[in-house]
Structures are given as C-alpha cells and as structure tokens.
Design a protein around this ligand. Structure first.
Ligand code: HEC
Length: 178
C-alpha cells in the first residue's frame, strides 16, 4: 500500500507543528525546500520545483546511469558564453540607484556562470596542461568575485571582476583556440 500523506513538522522543538499534506500536492515540495533551508538565490531551482508536474503513473523514465558522458569543450564553452551574456544583460539592467531586485537577478546569473565554470574546472580532462587549468580556475574565481560583489552591493567590484574575467576568456582563446 503506498503512502498517500506526508507529515511535515515545522516550528520549534518546544512547539512543533505538524502538518499533513497529500503526496503529490503542489505545496509539499515547496515546504520541503523551505525546511531544507534552500537559498532564495537559486531562483531557477525554486521556479522548477514550483512548476514541476508529477508524471502520470504509466510514464517510462529514462534509465539513470552512474556516469554522464563528458561534454566537449565547445559545448562547455557555449554554455559559459550564454551564461556570461545573460549576466551582462542583467547587469546592464541594474539602475544607477541600484534596486535590490535587479541586483538579485544579476547575482543569480553570476552564480550560474560561477557554477558553469566550476563544473568546467572539475571535469577538465587531464590532457589539458597546467596553464590551461590555472586560467580556467582564475576565470571561476573572477565569476565568484562578480557574485560576491553583487551580493555586497559593490558595483565597482562587479565591474572589476567582470573585466578580469573577459580578459581571461580572450587570453585563453588566443593561446589555445585553433
Ligand atoms: C582556460 C581556457 C579558456 C577560457 C578561460 C575560456 N575559454 Fe572559451 N574556449 C576555450 C577553448 C580551448 C575553446 C575551443 C573549444 C573547441 O572548439 O574544442 C573555446 C571555445 C569557446 C567558444 C566557442 C564554442 C563553440 O561553440 O565552438 C566560446 C563561445 C567561448 N569559448 C566562450 C568563452 C567565454 C565567454 C569565456 C570567458 C567567460 C571563455 N570562453 C573562457 C578555452 C577557454
């Protein structure tokens, strides 16, 4: 017999509040995200969870495999490039009087770029030399710098790190592309 209700316990240890939500209810995953302390910075994750629709019972899922095949460097770069374009667009949309909301969106884009670069470093095949690895890691640091600057409200810092990052893109392409 399948479980049809899920008990969510919230509140404090002294005053726990139990709430029973039906499995498959739209509210349940959002509650779990809150309880898990998921950062509101992961705007995309919150959106995906909010809009997720439980597939019908008969749906065939793809088989889960332990290892995903490595992407080509071109595919990795195409994603990094897209993330950078999105970040530049959202940075340009920050008004001079800097509203928190627009800074937050730009911060979210910086975080996605940082994650794309960190993944690229993590999955870099051994065939790449030390210098390549170093420049990629420095690019990741710069993206993290953009994110941190946006979060702390330093527009100057964000611009400085963004320029450093774009210099690294060019520098590495000059040395390694073609
Ligand atoms: C450490 C080296 C390195 C850094 C840093 C780097 N790239 Fe690349 N990039 C490459 C290499 C190598 C290729 C060629 C990949 C191939 O075609 O196999 C490439 C290719 C590309 C491509 C072409 C992808 C395609 O579809 O063929 C784009 C776009 C790109 N990079 C954008 C960027 C951007 C934007 C940045 C900075 C945020 C960046 N790259 C930083 C090494 C780097």
């Amino acid at each position: 017999m399948g479980r049809s209700m899920f008990t969510v316990i919230m509140g404090t240890t002294e005053a726990p509040q139990q709430q029973r939500l039906p499995v498959g209810s739209k509210e349940l995953p959002m509650r779990i995200m809150v309880i898990a302390g998921t950062s509101r910075d992961y705007v995309g994750l919150w959106r995906d969870v909010a809009t997720f629709v439980v597939p019908d019972a008969g749906v065939q899922f793809p088989r889960l495999v332990e290892a995903v095949p490595l992407e080509s460097m071109a595919a990795v770069m195409a994603r990094i490039s897209r993330r950078l374009d999105e970040l530049k667009t959202s940075c340009a949309a920050i008004p001079p009087s800097s509203s928190d909301q627009s800074r937050r969106i730009a911060g979210q884009d910086a975080l996605l770029l940082h994650e794309a670069l960190r993944e690229a470093v993590r999955h870099l095949p051994d065939s790449h030399d030390q210098r390549f690895r170093k420049w990629l890691a420095e690019s990741d640091d710069a993206a993290k710098g953009i994110y941190d600057s946006l979060r702390s409200g330093s527009a100057d810092g964000a611009v400085r790190h963004l320029n450093a990052l774009q210099q690294l893109c060019t520098q590495c392409h000059t040395a390694y592309r073609n």
